[in-house]
Design a protein around this ligand. Structure first.
Ligand code: HEM
Length: 130
């Protein structure tokens, strides 16, 4: 079980770090109106959303399903905030493409990433294993 958890948190961390970097790469291509590069990198980013979701869901099912109490609640809030962060990244990219104000998207990005990092590293027990 220890081995499974080890690979699991590292996979999750790897996927969301790459995802967040890709988000900024896509945003940069969109801003520079490099439509072809933006389209291709956004496809890769969306593939990484799936990797993030799957590795996060695996962590959740392996460690929290059927448990209860405060840590369980925090794990649910952490997971929902992770999904929210993905939504916020899509919003920022979408608003940028349409030339709209990105404020609402960035505000959500900021709130969601604070929640996710505070709960993921500050509160929940797995952290970076071992
Ligand atoms: C971009 C989105 C996300 C980011 C930045 C993020 C970030 C993190 C961080 C920093 C941790 C703590 C380190 C670790 O144990 O791996 C973590 C753990 C975790 N994440 Fe995510 N995550 C994201 C998406 C998700 C999603 C979508 C889910 C659920 C479907 C999820 C579920 C979990 C769970 C269950 C843990 C284990 C918490 C623990 O016990 O330590 N995450 N995530």
């Amino acid at each position: 079980m220890g081995d499974v958890l080890f690979y699991n948190t590292h996979l999750h961390i790897t996927t969301w770090v790459i995802g967040i970097i890709l988000f900024f790469v896509v945003l940069n291509f969109v801003k520079k109106s490099n439509e072809k590069a933006a389209k291709i990198t956004q496809m890769v980013l969306r593939l990484f959303y799936i990797f993030i979701l799957v590795t996060g869901a695996l962590l959740w099912f392996n460690n929290y399903m059927g448990t209860g109490g405060g840590t369980f609640t925090e794990s649910v809030v952490k997971s929902v905030a992770g999904i929210w962060l993905i939504g916020a990244m899509e919003m920022v990219i979408g608003f940028t493409k349409k030339g709209k104000s990105t404020f609402a998207g960035w505000l959500q990005f900021a709130l969601a990433i604070i929640l996710v990092l505070a709960l993921g590293f500050g509160r929940l027990p797995l952290g970076i294993l071992p």
